[in-house]
Design a protein around this ligand. Sequence first.
Ligand SMILES: *Cc1c(COP(=O)(O)O)cnc(C)c1O
Length: 230
Amino acid sequence: MNLEDNMSLVLSKIESAMNKSRFNQSVELIAVTKTVESDIINQAVSLGVKNIGENKVQEIQRKYPDISGDVRWHLIGTLQTNKVKYIADKVDMIHSLDRIELAKEINRQAVKHNRIIKCLIQVKISEEDTKHGVDIENVIPLVRDISDNYPNIIICGLMGMAPYCEDKEHARPYFKKLRSIFDELENLKIPGVNMQHLSMGMSGDYEIAIEEGSTMVRVGTAIFGERVYI
Ligand SMILES: *Cc1c(COP(=O)(O)O)cnc(C)c1O
Protein backbone atom coordinates (compact mmCIF):
# COMPACT_ATOMS: atom_id res chain seq x y z
CA MET A 1 0.00 0.00 0.00
CA ASN A 2 1.26 3.48 -0.83
CA LEU A 3 -0.54 6.04 1.26
CA GLU A 4 0.60 8.99 -0.78
CA ASP A 5 -0.55 7.49 -4.10
CA ASN A 6 -3.88 6.40 -2.62
CA MET A 7 -4.46 9.88 -1.20
CA SER A 8 -3.73 11.68 -4.42
CA LEU A 9 -5.92 9.28 -6.39
CA VAL A 10 -8.84 9.82 -4.00
CA LEU A 11 -8.34 13.60 -4.05
CA SER A 12 -8.28 13.70 -7.83
CA LYS A 13 -11.42 11.55 -8.08
CA ILE A 14 -13.15 13.89 -5.61
CA GLU A 15 -12.12 16.81 -7.79
CA SER A 16 -13.50 15.28 -11.00
CA ALA A 17 -16.73 14.22 -9.33
CA MET A 18 -17.16 17.81 -8.09
CA ASN A 19 -16.67 19.04 -11.63
CA LYS A 20 -19.37 16.65 -12.84
CA SER A 21 -21.76 17.59 -10.03
CA ARG A 22 -24.57 20.07 -10.62
CA PHE A 23 -24.48 21.20 -6.98
CA ASN A 24 -21.46 23.48 -7.04
CA GLN A 25 -20.59 22.32 -3.52
CA SER A 26 -17.32 22.06 -1.65
CA VAL A 27 -16.40 18.58 -0.44
CA GLU A 28 -14.48 17.62 2.66
CA LEU A 29 -12.62 14.35 2.93
CA ILE A 30 -13.02 12.42 6.16
CA ALA A 31 -10.27 9.80 6.32
CA VAL A 32 -11.82 6.80 8.03
CA THR A 33 -9.14 5.34 10.28
CA LYS A 34 -10.92 2.48 12.03
CA THR A 35 -8.45 -0.38 12.64
CA VAL A 36 -5.62 1.86 11.35
CA GLU A 37 -2.80 2.39 13.84
CA SER A 38 -1.68 5.80 15.04
CA ASP A 39 1.67 5.90 13.20
CA ILE A 40 -0.12 5.42 9.87
CA ILE A 41 -2.73 8.02 10.82
CA ASN A 42 0.06 10.46 11.60
CA GLN A 43 1.53 9.80 8.16
CA ALA A 44 -1.85 10.57 6.61
CA VAL A 45 -2.02 13.77 8.65
CA SER A 46 1.40 14.80 7.38
CA LEU A 47 0.06 14.21 3.84
CA GLY A 48 -2.72 16.69 4.47
CA VAL A 49 -5.56 14.81 6.16
CA LYS A 50 -7.52 17.26 8.33
CA ASN A 51 -10.52 15.13 9.30
CA ILE A 52 -10.38 11.73 10.95
CA GLY A 53 -13.41 9.45 11.15
CA GLU A 54 -13.74 6.64 13.65
CA ASN A 55 -16.74 4.39 14.25
CA LYS A 56 -15.86 3.26 17.77
CA VAL A 57 -15.57 5.31 20.94
CA GLN A 58 -12.78 3.08 22.28
CA GLU A 59 -10.65 3.67 19.20
CA ILE A 60 -10.95 7.44 19.57
CA GLN A 61 -10.00 7.20 23.24
CA ARG A 62 -7.00 5.03 22.47
CA LYS A 63 -5.61 6.98 19.51
CA TYR A 64 -6.54 10.52 20.48
CA PRO A 65 -3.37 11.26 22.51
CA ASP A 66 -1.14 9.83 19.75
CA ILE A 67 -2.25 12.00 16.87
CA SER A 68 -0.35 15.18 16.40
CA GLY A 69 -1.31 18.15 14.33
CA ASP A 70 -4.40 20.12 13.67
CA VAL A 71 -7.08 17.49 13.05
CA ARG A 72 -10.78 17.21 13.68
CA TRP A 73 -12.26 13.97 14.98
CA HIS A 74 -15.57 12.67 13.65
CA LEU A 75 -17.58 9.93 15.31
CA ILE A 76 -19.24 8.21 12.35
CA GLY A 77 -20.49 4.96 13.88
CA THR A 78 -23.36 3.95 16.11
CA LEU A 79 -23.08 5.69 19.45
CA GLN A 80 -24.33 4.20 22.68
CA THR A 81 -25.73 6.74 25.11
CA ASN A 82 -23.50 5.58 27.97
CA LYS A 83 -20.34 6.20 25.91
CA VAL A 84 -20.96 9.82 24.95
CA LYS A 85 -19.07 10.97 28.04
CA TYR A 86 -15.80 9.51 26.76
CA ILE A 87 -15.73 11.53 23.55
CA ALA A 88 -17.73 14.68 24.32
CA ASP A 89 -14.53 16.69 24.82
CA LYS A 90 -12.74 15.17 21.81
CA VAL A 91 -15.00 15.07 18.77
CA ASP A 92 -15.63 17.94 16.45
CA MET A 93 -18.71 16.30 14.97
CA ILE A 94 -21.00 13.34 15.58
CA HIS A 95 -22.46 11.91 12.35
CA SER A 96 -24.75 9.35 13.93
CA LEU A 97 -27.37 11.22 15.95
CA ASP A 98 -30.57 9.25 15.32
CA ARG A 99 -32.68 9.35 18.49
CA ILE A 100 -33.82 11.77 21.13
CA GLU A 101 -32.28 9.94 24.14
CA LEU A 102 -28.91 10.23 22.45
CA ALA A 103 -29.46 13.95 21.81
CA LYS A 104 -30.32 14.42 25.46
CA GLU A 105 -27.06 12.82 26.58
CA ILE A 106 -24.92 14.62 23.98
CA ASN A 107 -26.43 17.89 25.15
CA ARG A 108 -25.80 17.02 28.81
CA GLN A 109 -22.16 16.23 28.14
CA ALA A 110 -21.74 19.30 25.93
CA VAL A 111 -23.03 21.49 28.77
CA LYS A 112 -20.61 19.79 31.15
CA HIS A 113 -17.69 20.63 28.87
CA ASN A 114 -19.05 24.08 28.13
CA ARG A 115 -19.20 23.52 24.40
CA ILE A 116 -21.55 23.20 21.48
CA ILE A 117 -21.31 19.87 19.69
CA LYS A 118 -21.97 19.72 15.96
CA CYS A 119 -24.16 16.79 14.96
CA LEU A 120 -25.50 15.27 11.78
CA ILE A 121 -28.75 13.37 11.81
CA GLN A 122 -28.21 9.85 10.52
CA VAL A 123 -31.06 8.91 8.22
CA LYS A 124 -32.00 5.36 7.32
CA ILE A 125 -32.18 5.54 3.55
CA SER A 126 -31.70 1.85 2.87
CA GLU A 127 -33.98 -1.07 3.69
CA GLU A 128 -31.07 -3.10 5.04
CA ASP A 129 -31.89 -3.59 8.69
CA THR A 130 -28.23 -3.57 9.69
CA LYS A 131 -28.10 0.14 8.97
CA HIS A 132 -28.97 2.52 11.75
CA GLY A 133 -30.59 5.88 11.47
CA VAL A 134 -33.92 7.58 11.88
CA ASP A 135 -36.67 6.66 9.44
CA ILE A 136 -37.23 9.26 6.74
CA GLU A 137 -40.70 10.26 7.98
CA ASN A 138 -39.32 10.97 11.45
CA VAL A 139 -36.40 13.19 10.43
CA ILE A 140 -38.18 16.55 10.61
CA PRO A 141 -39.93 15.87 13.95
CA LEU A 142 -36.60 14.72 15.45
CA VAL A 143 -34.80 17.81 14.18
CA ARG A 144 -37.52 20.08 15.59
CA ASP A 145 -37.45 18.32 18.93
CA ILE A 146 -33.66 18.65 19.22
CA SER A 147 -33.67 22.25 18.12
CA ASP A 148 -36.38 23.09 20.68
CA ASN A 149 -34.84 21.28 23.63
CA TYR A 150 -31.09 20.84 23.31
CA PRO A 151 -29.30 24.15 22.82
CA ASN A 152 -25.78 22.73 23.15
CA ILE A 153 -26.29 20.69 20.01
CA ILE A 154 -26.12 22.33 16.63
CA ILE A 155 -27.55 20.21 13.87
CA CYS A 156 -25.50 20.97 10.80
CA GLY A 157 -26.63 18.38 8.32
CA LEU A 158 -27.42 14.76 7.54
CA MET A 159 -25.57 11.48 7.15
CA GLY A 160 -26.61 8.35 5.34
CA MET A 161 -25.35 5.14 3.81
CA ALA A 162 -26.42 3.48 0.60
CA PRO A 163 -26.67 -0.29 0.65
CA TYR A 164 -23.50 -2.00 -0.49
CA CYS A 165 -23.61 -3.18 -4.07
CA GLU A 166 -21.03 -4.27 -6.62
CA ASP A 167 -22.67 -1.89 -9.08
CA LYS A 168 -22.01 1.66 -7.81
CA GLU A 169 -24.92 3.08 -9.79
CA HIS A 170 -27.24 1.22 -7.46
CA ALA A 171 -26.40 3.80 -4.76
CA ARG A 172 -27.47 6.84 -6.78
CA PRO A 173 -31.22 6.92 -5.96
CA TYR A 174 -30.45 6.61 -2.24
CA PHE A 175 -28.12 9.60 -2.39
CA LYS A 176 -30.67 11.59 -4.41
CA LYS A 177 -33.28 10.87 -1.77
CA LEU A 178 -31.03 12.02 1.08
CA ARG A 179 -30.11 15.20 -0.79
CA SER A 180 -33.79 15.99 -1.26
CA ILE A 181 -34.43 15.64 2.49
CA PHE A 182 -31.40 17.85 3.12
CA ASP A 183 -32.78 20.54 0.79
CA GLU A 184 -36.22 20.29 2.36
CA LEU A 185 -34.77 20.83 5.84
CA GLU A 186 -32.68 23.73 4.65
CA ASN A 187 -35.81 25.40 3.28
CA LEU A 188 -37.62 24.99 6.60
CA LYS A 189 -35.01 27.24 8.27
CA ILE A 190 -35.53 25.73 11.71
CA PRO A 191 -33.81 27.83 14.42
CA GLY A 192 -30.56 26.29 15.67
CA VAL A 193 -30.28 24.18 12.55
CA ASN A 194 -27.60 25.07 10.05
CA MET A 195 -27.76 22.74 7.06
CA GLN A 196 -24.15 22.82 5.89
CA HIS A 197 -22.99 19.24 5.60
CA LEU A 198 -24.28 16.20 3.81
CA SER A 199 -22.15 13.24 4.81
CA MET A 200 -22.59 10.51 2.20
CA GLY A 201 -20.25 8.36 0.15
CA MET A 202 -17.65 5.75 1.11
CA SER A 203 -14.79 4.11 -0.79
CA GLY A 204 -17.12 2.27 -3.14
CA ASP A 205 -19.50 5.08 -3.98
CA TYR A 206 -18.09 8.52 -3.05
CA GLU A 207 -17.92 9.77 -6.62
CA ILE A 208 -21.62 9.02 -7.18
CA ALA A 209 -22.41 10.61 -3.79
CA ILE A 210 -20.61 13.82 -4.78
CA GLU A 211 -22.43 13.92 -8.10
CA GLU A 212 -25.65 13.74 -6.07
CA GLY A 213 -24.73 16.57 -3.70
CA SER A 214 -22.56 15.14 -0.93
CA THR A 215 -20.34 17.64 0.90
CA MET A 216 -18.48 15.14 3.09
CA VAL A 217 -17.17 11.78 2.02
CA ARG A 218 -16.05 9.14 4.52
CA VAL A 219 -13.29 7.16 2.87
CA GLY A 220 -11.31 4.38 4.54
CA THR A 221 -10.29 1.46 2.36
CA ALA A 222 -9.43 3.54 -0.70
CA ILE A 223 -6.85 5.42 1.39
CA PHE A 224 -5.55 2.85 3.88
CA GLY A 225 -6.18 -0.43 2.05
CA GLU A 226 -8.33 -3.34 3.17
CA ARG A 227 -8.96 -3.39 6.89
CA VAL A 228 -7.47 -6.11 9.02
CA TYR A 229 -9.65 -6.88 12.03
CA ILE A 230 -7.81 -8.48 14.88
C1 LIG B 1 -16.00 2.12 7.75
C2 LIG B 1 -16.91 3.22 7.47
C3 LIG B 1 -16.72 4.05 6.35
C4 LIG B 1 -15.60 3.87 5.35
O1 LIG B 1 -15.73 2.69 4.64
P1 LIG B 1 -14.77 2.35 3.40
O2 LIG B 1 -15.60 1.48 2.54
O3 LIG B 1 -13.58 1.67 3.96
O4 LIG B 1 -14.42 3.63 2.75
C5 LIG B 1 -17.62 5.09 6.17
N1 LIG B 1 -18.63 5.32 7.01
C6 LIG B 1 -18.85 4.55 8.10
C7 LIG B 1 -19.99 4.86 8.99
C8 LIG B 1 -17.99 3.48 8.36
O5 LIG B 1 -18.21 2.73 9.45
